[in-house]
Ligand binder design. Structure first.
Ligand code: NI
Length: 148
């Protein structure tokens, strides 16, 4: 069994603000990440798949197919967007998700998992995990088998 990881990048802005909390509670919890006009990140996304080495091709995953899926479901909808306003799951009133990197990683994994069988109809490869880097110090990881 092999594991293959591909890296992708997009830039987006967000503001961390939980509608259920008070203004003061939000400031205390999120600090400068709660500043009203938002701020940006250059997000790095790593998508890991696993599967057996396919003898004929010598490959585990058709990376062009994976790239097209990630481009369609993640990079195009998120790149140069204001996540709080332009991405449905983070926009609007409660219960919109707060666009933390945890929730962003969750949403990316959910999108890839939801569209996986459409582009990879066989048994392999399987989506294993998504890692998202928000800053040089933060990496968030979610396993595809750990979400609905
Ligand atoms: Ni931030």
């Amino acid at each position: 069994m092999f594991r293959v990881t591909r890296r992708y990048a997009f830039a987006a802005s967000h503001r961390l603000h939980a509608a259920e909390l008070s203004e003061e509670g939000n400031r205390r919890l999120y600090g400068k990440c709660n500043n009203p006009y938002g701020h940006g990140h250059n997000y790095l996304v790593e998508v890991s798949v696993r599967g057996p080495l396919e003898g004929t091709t010598g490959r585990v995953v058709d990376t062009a197919v994976l790239d097209e899926l990630v481009r369609r479901e993640v990079v195009l909808p998120f790149d140069h967007r204001n996540l709080n306003q332009e991405v449905a799951v983070f926009a609007g009133v409660a219960p919109a998700l707060v666009p933390t990197s945890e929730n962003l990683g969750f949403e990316i994994c959910r999108r890839l998992k939801g569209n996986w069988k459409q582009v990879f109809p066989g048994e392999w490869p399987k989506l294993e995990k998504v890692r998202i880097g928000e800053t040089a110090r933060n990496i968030f990881e979610v396993g595809a088998d750990e979400i609905e």
